[in-house]
Design a protein around this ligand. Structure first.
Ligand code: UFG
Length: 327
C-alpha cells in the first residue's frame, strides 16, 4: 500500500482525510503533536508524534515510511488567537511548514497537498473570490498561510516540489458513520458552539457583530462539509500522481450563509430553540467570504454532494450527541 504522510492527522479535518485515504486504498501515516489533535482520532493508519519544527524527527518518519506524498493539515487555525499571538502562528505555521518542506525535499517526497484558506483573500467587498483573486489577508492566520503558498511556489521552482493548494472556506459537519468528528478544546467554531448552546452545554451563542454591511448585519461564510472537503484532497493527490501541474483550488460551494441563517437552520434541523445573545465584532473577522469558483468541480471532478447547510448540521449534531475524544 502507498503511504501518505498526513500532518495534523489527529485533528478535525486531518482525521477525516485519513479515513478517506484509507477508503481510497492508501495508508495514512499521521504526524501530529497532539496539541490540538486527539490520539483517539487516529484510527486509519500508524501514528507518529512530533513537532513540525523538529527536522530530525521528520527525517526519521520520512525514512521509516517512505511516503509517496505529504498532506499538510497541521496548523494553528484560529483567527482570534492569531491576532493576539502572531509570533506563535508565524513560528508554528510558517517555520513548521518550511521545516516540513525541507524534510520532504530531502527525502525525495515531491508531491505536496496543502491546506490553505480563504482567509488569504481577506475582506474584499463585492469581489468574486476565485483562485486568481488578489490575496490581502487581514489577520496573522491568513498571512501565515499565504506565506506558505509563496514558499511552495519557490520550492517548486528550485526543488520540483509539486503541490496542490486547497483554499478552504468554512468547514463543518462530521463523518456520518461517527468514527471521527469535530472536537476542539476550547471550541471556537460557529456550528459546534451553536450545538452546545442548543443542548445546554453553554448558556447561549454570542453573535460576533450584528452591524456588518450584510442583509441581516451578520458575517457571511461559505460552508463545506468536511467529507466533501477531504474527498477533494484524494482527488488532489491523484492529480499530482498523474503528473499534472501544481494548482490552486478553492473549496467552497459558492453559497453564502449569514450567522443568523446558520442559527435558523440549526434550530430547524434540531427542532430546538437556540439561545442567542448579540455581542461585539471579533477582531480579524471578514464581512463576507464566499467562493466564486468552481475550478475544483471542473478540473478535479469534485462533487460536493453533502454540503447543504441542513446536512452539515445533521451530521454535526449526530456526532455532537454521541462522539468525543479523551486525552
Ligand atoms: N461566530 C459567531 N459566534 C461564535 C463563533 C463564530 O458569531 O461564537 C461567527 C464568526 O464571527 C464568523 C462565523 O461565525 O462570522 C464563522 O466563525 P468560525 O469561527 O466558525 O469560522 P471563521 O470564519 O472565523 O474561520 C474559519 C476557520 C479558519 C478559516 C476561516 C475561513 O477557523 O481556519 O474559517 O473563513 F480560515
Amino acid at each position: 500500500m502507498t503511504n501518505i504522510l498526513v500532518t495534523g492527522g489527529a485533528g478535525y479535518i486531518g482525521s477525516h482525510a485519513c479515513k478517506a485515504l484509507k477508503a481510497a486504498g492508501y495508508t495514512p501515516v499521521t504526524y501530529d503533536n497532539l496539541i490540538t489533535g486527539w490520539a483517539d482520532a487516529v484510527k486509519f493508519g500508524p501514528f507518529e508524534q512530533g513537532e513540525l519544527t523538529d527536522r530530525a524527527r521528520l527525517d526519521q518518519v520520512f525514512a521509516a515510511y517512505n511516503p509517496a506524498a505529504v498532506m499538510h493539515f497541521a496548523a494553528l487555525s484560529q483567527v482570534g488567537d492569531a491576532m493576539r499571538l502572531p509570533e506563535v502562528y508565524w513560528h508554528n505555521n510558517v517555520a513548521g511548514s518550511l521545516t516540513l518542506m525541507e524534510a520532504a525535499v530531502h527525502a525525495g517526497c515531491l508531491d505536496f497537498v496543502f491546506s490553505s484558506t480563504c482567509a488569504t483573500y481577506g475582506d474584499q467587498d463585492n469581489v468574486v473570490l476565485d483562485e486568481d483573486s488578489a490575496q490581502y489577508p487581514v489577520n496573522a492566520y491568513g498571512k501565515s498561510k499565504r506565506t506558505i503558498e509563496d514558499m511552495l511556489a519557490d520550492f517548486e521552482f528550485a526543488h520540483n516540489l509539486r503541490h496542490v493548494i486547497f483554499r478552504y472556506f468554512n468547514v463543518a459537519g462530521a463523518d456520518p458513520d461517527g468514527d471521527v468528528g469535530e472536537f476542539h478544546q476550547p471550541e471556537t467554531h460557529l456550528v459546534p458552539l451553536l450545538l452546545d448552546a442548543i443542548d445546554g452545554k453553554r448558556a447561549a451563542l454570542t453573535i460576533f457583530g450584528s452591524d456588518y454591511d450584510t442583509p441581516d448585519g451578520t458575517c457571511i461564510r461559505d460552508y463545506v462539509h468536511v467529507c466533501d472537503l477531504v474527498d477533494a484532497h484524494v482527488l488532489g493527490l491523484k492529480w499530482l500522481e498523474r503528473g499534472e501541474d501544481s494548482r490552486v483550488f478553492n473549496l467552497g460551494t459558492g453559497a453564502g450563509f449569514s450567522v443568523r441563517e446558520v442559527i435558523g437552520h440549526a434550530g430547524a434541523v434540531t427542532n430546538r430553540d437556540v439561545p442567542v445573545i448579540e455581542g461585539p465584532r471579533r477582531p480579524g473577522d471578514c464581512t463576507k467570504l464566499v467562493s466564486g469558483s468552481s475550478r475544483a468541480e471542473a478540473e478535479l471532478g469534485w462533487t460536493p454532494t453533502r454540503s447543504t447547510m441542513d446536512r452539515m448540521i445533521e451530521d454535526a449534531w449526530r456526532w455532537h450527541r454521541t462522539g468525543h475524544y479523551e486525552k
